[in-house]
Design a protein around this ligand. Sequence first.
Ligand SMILES: Nc1ncnc2c1ncn2[C@@H]1O[C@H](COP(=O)(O)OP(=O)(O)OP(=O)(O)O)[C@@H](O)[C@H]1O
Ligand SMILES: [Mg+2]
Length: 263
Amino acid sequence: MSVGTERVADVETEAYGPEDGVLVAQDLRKEFGGLVAVDDLSFAVQSQEILGFIGPNGAGKSTTFNCVTGTYPPTGGTVYFKGEDVTGLPAYEMVHKGMSRTFQEFAPLEDRPVVENIELALAPNLLFTASGIGGETERLAREICRRVGLGDVMDQSPSELPHAGMLKQELGRAIATQPDVMLVDEPFAGLAGQEVQELTDVMLSLRDHGMTLIVVDHNMRGLLNLIDRAFVIQFGSKIAEGTPEEIKNDPKVQEAYLGGEEI
Ligand SMILES: Nc1ncnc2c1ncn2[C@@H]1O[C@H](COP(=O)(O)OP(=O)(O)OP(=O)(O)O)[C@@H](O)[C@H]1O
Ligand SMILES: [Mg+2]
């Protein structure tokens, strides 16, 4: 089936090919022993789209990220990135091909300032090249810090950052590898309104500069305000897909996600 951005998803017969998006998963599956965490999931992300991945705790969102980005090999299915079958490639190869991610739980090096933590993430790209010499990596790391809103605090230790600063730092580390596609796991966790808006603005600006983003978060208001399209999963399977407006009004989503409460 040929699909494009305007296509209406057919839940039963979905079949994507390598050219259907910058990132495509077809029948992606991950089992942990007897537990099926990702249950033959198919989706396609278009270039410069911001796709929201929504679902209750344990729905399989992070596991999907892990299978797509090479943290775990999937049990089954196919992942296409920029038209190429990349199923099961290790994470460093995915980074090399232009995909990066943030982690829900991350541990910066506390004895190095924020800017050096970003600089270390640049390392695979630049450290051993001519441009890694003469402070070029530091210059780039400082530029990334400013881009994610850490310009004033980049010489501090990560331990001095407020929670929002930690999340910005994690975003900065993922940006440092110069990805085309970035998977962002819970950027708004624990943030208040203004901070959510700051992170939103950073991600919108990344998209304006050509990046494609897939974002998971439980902050529905914040997420729906950021994304172009939502993909909703429960028990590792898709239950809905649509615009933020469509998702907000979908009774299946309200039931699965909030036990029937209004979003
Ligand atoms: N490494 C693992 N080994 C065994 N089971 C796992 C592993 N990682 C995840 N799971 C299980 O897979 C299911 C999906 O987990 P996952 O972390 O993907 O959910 P999630 O949608 O990201 O949830 P949350 O919103 O809480 O982050 C859960 O039942 C979880 O316990
Ligand atoms: Mg998760």
